[in-house]
Design a protein around this ligand. Structure first.
Ligand SMILES: [Ca+2]
Ligand SMILES: [Ca+2]
Length: 190
């Protein structure tokens, strides 16, 4: 077998094994790899931290939304991926918020109630009556969920959008859009 043919075969095989899709952001001419973990494609962004709204906009640029974990299996798969890929000290925004109604956490993806929760002990506690956005944080090296102040800076986990369904549950998205228009988001405490 010729060297070129061999290299092509190896490259093809590597492509299949890694199961990633590159999505480009036309505004900034950047491409990011979405990695398949447990049947969904995620972009785990660890280059810079953002507040929750910034993280939401970041995902949107790559045709995705902040991730919403839908089952214990998904939580375990994603959590073990993060743990084994050097992310144990990091915290990540998810696409869940109770901004619309205190205590009722909703998925930003489809406006439905939070489908699955793995709160860490004592959470959600709405500290300072001002914690409305959900993130993943490691407790004893295992990722759990916590409600946090939306302006705190964390990394983002985006998930690639599934094929479009009719948008009959967009109330929460519309609410967040209005909230963002009327809020000064540049004031981001660290
Ligand atoms: Ca809250
Ligand atoms: Ca909390």
């Amino acid at each position: 077998m010729g060297l070129t043919k061999c290299c092509i075969l190896i490259l093809c095989f590597a492509g299949v094994l890694s199961n990633s899709i590159n999505i480009s952001n036309p505004d900034e001419n950047q491409t990011q790899p979405f990695i398949e973990i447990g049947g969904k494609y995620y972009l785990i962004s660890t280059t810079s931290t953002m507040n929750w709204f910034g993280a939401m906009l970041y995902c949107r640029k790559y045709d995705s939304d902040l991730a919403v974990i839908e089952s214990e299996a998904e939580m375990n798969t994603l959590s073990s991926y993060l743990t084994t890929n050097g992310n144990i000290g990091k915290q990540f925004w998810l696409g869940l918020t109770d901004l619309a109604e205190e205590g009722k956490f909703m998925s930003i993806k489809d406006g439905r109630p939070m489908p699955y929760a793995k709160w860490s002990f004592g959470q959600p506690d709405n500290t300072g009556r001002n914690e409305d956005c959900v993130h993943l944080w490691p407790v004893n090296n295992i990722f759990h969920m916590n409600d946090d102040h939306c302006m705190v800076l964390h990394y983002a986990i985006c998930e690639l959008r599934q094929p479009k369904k009719s948008c009959d549950v967009c109330d929460l998205k519309n609410f967040i859009e209005k909230f963002m228009q009327n809020t000064n988001l540049s004031n981001c405490p660290n």
